[in-house]
Design a protein around this ligand. Sequence first.
Ligand code: NAP
Length: 266
Amino acid sequence: MTHKNPLALITGSSSGIGIELARVFAEEGFDLVLVARRQAELETLAEELRHAHDIDCTVLPCDLTAPGAISELLNSLPKRPLDVLVNNAGVMQMGGFASDKLERQLQQIHLNVLALTELTHRCLPPMLKRGKGRIVNLASVAAFQPVPYLSVYAATKAYVLSFTEGLSEELKGTGVSCTAVCPGFTDTPMIRGKKHTDKKPNNLPMAVVSDPAFVAREAFSAAMARDVIHVPGMIYKVMSTLSQLPPRFMVRSIAGMFGRRNAKRK
Ligand SMILES: NC(=O)c1ccc[n+]([C@@H]2O[C@H](COP(=O)([O-])OP(=O)(O)OC[C@H]3O[C@@H](n4cnc5c(N)ncnc54)[C@H](OP(=O)(O)O)[C@@H]3O)[C@@H](O)[C@H]2O)c1
């Protein structure tokens, strides 16, 4: 059976950037597979997108860190080729490493690194066989330098960036591309906190906070252009470039100074 629309799987599509990614892909005529733990949120979004864009939308609730969950997820996929995999699901645990619970830090590595790697590894062979496909990985500007008090989170995003760059070289000439999207602060529950209702997320100046719909549109364009690294927004393009110029000891000392000051304020 042939399908008129290409198919994209988006993880973490129950919230934040993931919801907006689903909206952009739907607007652009993709059928979708929506994945996250919260089924009700996914079903509501799927209903919205089916009505607005006349697309097929499959909801597959899944904890990507549960044993065997990714195999089960992939076995439940619609029986048709996947054109785009968007590894967007991620968590951020803020705080001092030694004082935080080990379990929370390991969970972060499991989702941000292991699940992304496993999904990519399992989705790639059919894409390579067809000579066609796109993988989009949500990294962060935190990938470009160490971030004290977000040490594990930043390290997971450095992994995503490095992995994507390495893999994109391996994929040259195959018809399959891999894109790392590196947003700065974006106005989602990740930085507001689930119950946070203030106008300003996390007391940040609004000038440095991106709109998730903007980030999602930029991510879509970068994936279609087969860019390897994309940083949405001029402020963050400049910041991520500047942060790579000084010697590393200087960058981490400055990051440490800001990190300690912020940690004291909390
Ligand atoms: N917001 C920012 O400032 C910012 C900046 C740079 C990069 N990013 C990156 O962008 C991506 C999206 O972040 P966001 O800001 O949109 O965060 P968010 O609003 O907190 O959304 C995170 C998504 O991940 C899903 N998720 C969490 N744990 C999961 C699990 N165990 N299994 C399956 N899904 C899980 C959540 O769904 P359920 O709870 O329903 O499972 C949710 O849909 C992340 O990779 C993040 O690191 C965000």
